[in-house]
Design a protein around this ligand. Structure first.
Ligand SMILES: Nc1ncnc2c1ncn2[C@@H]1O[C@H](COP(=O)(O)OP(=O)(O)OP(=O)(O)O)[C@@H](O)[C@H]1O
Length: 614
């Protein structure tokens, strides 16, 4: 496992204070950078929102006292009260609007950054690591909560300001009562923090359950598995599995909700008891004449205000804490070390001598068996090399190592004498074109499916048509309802198809394979062409045609072809047989036949199959 793995694998360890502070700083700076105007407005509205009830309480007290003593005018105070009421009514809506705007902007910036950072993982290891995948999902959730974090902070600010205002007011009337109300808030704060920590842990634990549930739901609703699900009658079976996952997650969430309900219920009773006792004391004091009627009104407002402020404060801190825990996954992903140590300077040299694998050993993980056990192989420049071997021999693995999706566990791969580890991966990949065995079928238009092989070709229809023609798929594509612009999916419509949703088409497996070949061919002029089973799904005629073209293409070019169809590899300059993790045989077709080894046996076996059929 590469060195950078540890930070992600340690995801179960509790998030420490340092990580929380660092996540908070990241959230605030990200939100500020993406929507400074919205944040400023939001803070201003928050401050005004905190001041309004305090001003209202003092104005009310003064009005009541003046009415009770018939001293002074109340018109100014009444106007003030009306203004305070008006702003109290207008502020929540404004605040919601600013929050939503800020949220959208910050969320978009955070999501873009998250995906850019995920792309920085140049190899495949992270995407095969379930811990990283769980973290990535939570990070996506975290990316959407940046503004919630800022609003949590503002909520806390609101709570603190209201608290200061009301505590000050309450202190004037009763220091004892003030202390009592404040003390009652301490258990609430501690309980809420513990609850939010527990909720974050529960969220982490249920993440893999949700991922499995999502996997089943996608199977059940996607077209890819639909035929087998129906034919084998496994829909109910898969649905039951999906629902089991769902129920497990629901049960964990319900347990958490019950715990919250009980804790918060207990805390509410405590607050109500303190408020009741305070009110009783205030009424008694007013009876004895030590408090005025206005004082009682002020007292009631202050106790309510302090409790509401404490409530806001406690729940803001708790939700801020919980969001911070989720956001810490975002921070962990964007700061994760790249899965492969890679240099950023330099470029891959133009291939003149060729590639060389020197004593390459590889296994997918420390506890996996060795796939390659000391492969020595030279792919000379300008020569076509074929790689053959039984299923699971490690042919595709070797190709992934050549493209540097992984690094060899031991040994070296040299590109014109330079270790692949000393070449920036994007520069290396710039020089390679490939058709992969498990190629992608993009739910996009035909032209895009080809043009993705070289983005500069997207604006050059002639290049796309030429590649399609060389892959033998031009006639098929030009016969589609919208030609090359036809969407190769029934999943969604293109803008142009809005009025005619019938134009999306589904290609056959062999047609898709030709398209993958066209995608590789549009990437002209690269130093190395990799062809991993480029014709396995083609009919015999098409296979013959494609191989004839590939043979022409490979003439004088550096290429590596993998195929189980040995008739297709016999023309290669060199054929390498991968067996038991090593290159067991190497040479041209005739030489390998004479050597009477694995290759000769496989070739004769396959040839005999065709002979028998005559
Ligand atoms: N991502 C992976 N993680 C763990 N093991 C893997 C992974 N990919 C492949 N393997 C294992 O590595 C071995 C070699 O697989 P590979 O796909 O390279 O074989 P192959 O020669 O291309 O086979 P085929 O002819 O069937 O395509 C197999 O035992 C396979 O189970």
């Amino acid at each position: 496992m590469s060195g950078g793995q540890a930070d992600v694998a340690g995801a179960r360890s509790p998030v420490g204070l340092r990580e929380l502070v660092s996540a908070a700083v990241e959230a605030v700076s990200l939100t500020w950078r993406s929507a400074s105007g919205g944040v400023t407005g939001y803070v201003f509205v928050t401050l005004a929102g905190a001041a309004a009830p305090i001003v209202t309480a003092w104005l009310t007290k003064s009005v009541i006292d003046r009415l009770a003593t018939s001293e002074g005018t109340v018109a100014g105070l009444a106007l003030g009260l009306a203004a305070a009421g008006l702003s109290a009514a207008a502020l929540p809506g404004t605040s919601r609007y600013l929050r939503a705007q800020t949220g959208r902007r910050a969320g978009a910036v955070a999501t873009d950054r998250l995906f850019a950072e995920a792309e920085r993982q140049v190899g495949l290891r992270r995407f095969e690591d379930p811990v990283f995948l769980d973290r990535l999902r939570l990070a996506q959730e975290g990316a959407g909560t940046t503004a919630d974090l800022v609003s949590g902070l503002c909520g806390s600010l609101h709570g603190i300001l209201s608290l200061i205002g009301f505590v000050g007011s309450l202190l004037i009337l009763s220091p004892v009562m003030t202390a009592l109300v404040l003390l009652a808030a301490i258990p609430a704060l501690v309980a809420e923090l513990l609850l939010s920590r527990r909720r974050a842990a529960m969220q982490w634990d249920t993440e893999r359950i949700h991922r499995r549930e999502f996997f089943y739901s996608r199977l059940l609703t996607g077209v890819q598995a639909a035929v087998e699900i129906r034919l084998f009658g496994i829909g109910a079976f898969l649905r039951a599995r999906m629902m089991t996952e769902r129920r497990e997650a629901d049960a964990a969430e319900s347990r958490m909700d019950r715990r919250e309900l009980l804790t918060q219920g207990g805390l509410t009773v405590l607050s109500a008891a303190v408020a009741g006792a305070g009110l009783w004391w205030a009424i008694m004091a007013a009876r004895q004449g030590s408090l005025s009627v206005g004082d009682v009104a002020m007292f009631v407002a202050a106790v309510g205000g302090v409790q509401a402020a404490l409530d806001t404060l406690v729940s803001s801190i708790a939700s801020f804490h919980q969001q911070l825990l989720t956001f810490s996954h975002y921070v962990a992903v964007i700061r994760a070390e790249p899965d492969l140590p890679s240099v950023s300077q330099g470029t891959a040299p133009v291939l003149r001598r060729g590639l060389e694998l020197r004593d390459v050993w590889f296994r997918y993980d420390d506890d996996h068996p060795w796939v390659l056990r000391g492969v020595d192989l030279a792919i000379p420049h300008g020569r076509s090399v074929a790689l053959v071997g039984l299923n699971g021999a490690g042919k595709s693995t070797l190709i992934k190592l050549l493209c540097r999706m992984y690094d060899p566990t031991r040994g070296q791969i040299l590109w014109d004498g330079v270790d692949l580890r000393d070449i920036p991966p994007p520069s290396l990949r710039e020089r390679i074109s490939a058709v992969f065995q498990d190629h992608m079928n993009f739910d996009m238009s035909a032209a895009e499916n080809i043009g993705l092989g070289d983005l500069s070709a997207l604006d050059e229809p002639a290049r796309i048509r030429d590649a399609a023609a060389r892959a033998g798929v031009h006639d098929t594509l030009s016969g589609l309802p919208r030609g090359y612009d036809t969407l190769l999916t029934r999943m969604f419509f293109s803008e142009a198809d809005k009025g005619d949703p019938e134009t999306g088409v589904v290609l056959s497996g062999g047609q898709w394979q030709r398209l993958a070949l066209a995608r590789a061919l549009v990437r002209d002029g690269r130093d190395l062409m990799i062809l991993d089973e480029p014709s396995s799904g083609l009919d015999p005629e098409a296979e013959h045609e494609v191989h004839t073209r590939i043979r022409e293409y490979r003439q004088g070019r550096t290429s590596l072809l993998i195929s189980h169809r040995l008739s297709a590899v016999r023309d290669a300059d060199l054929i390498a047989v991968l067996h038991d993790g090593r290159i067991a045989e190497l040479g041209p077709h005739e030489a390998l036949l004479s050597a009477n080894g694995h290759y000769a046996r496989l070739f004769r076996l396959q040839a005999a199959g065709y002979q028998e059929a005559r």
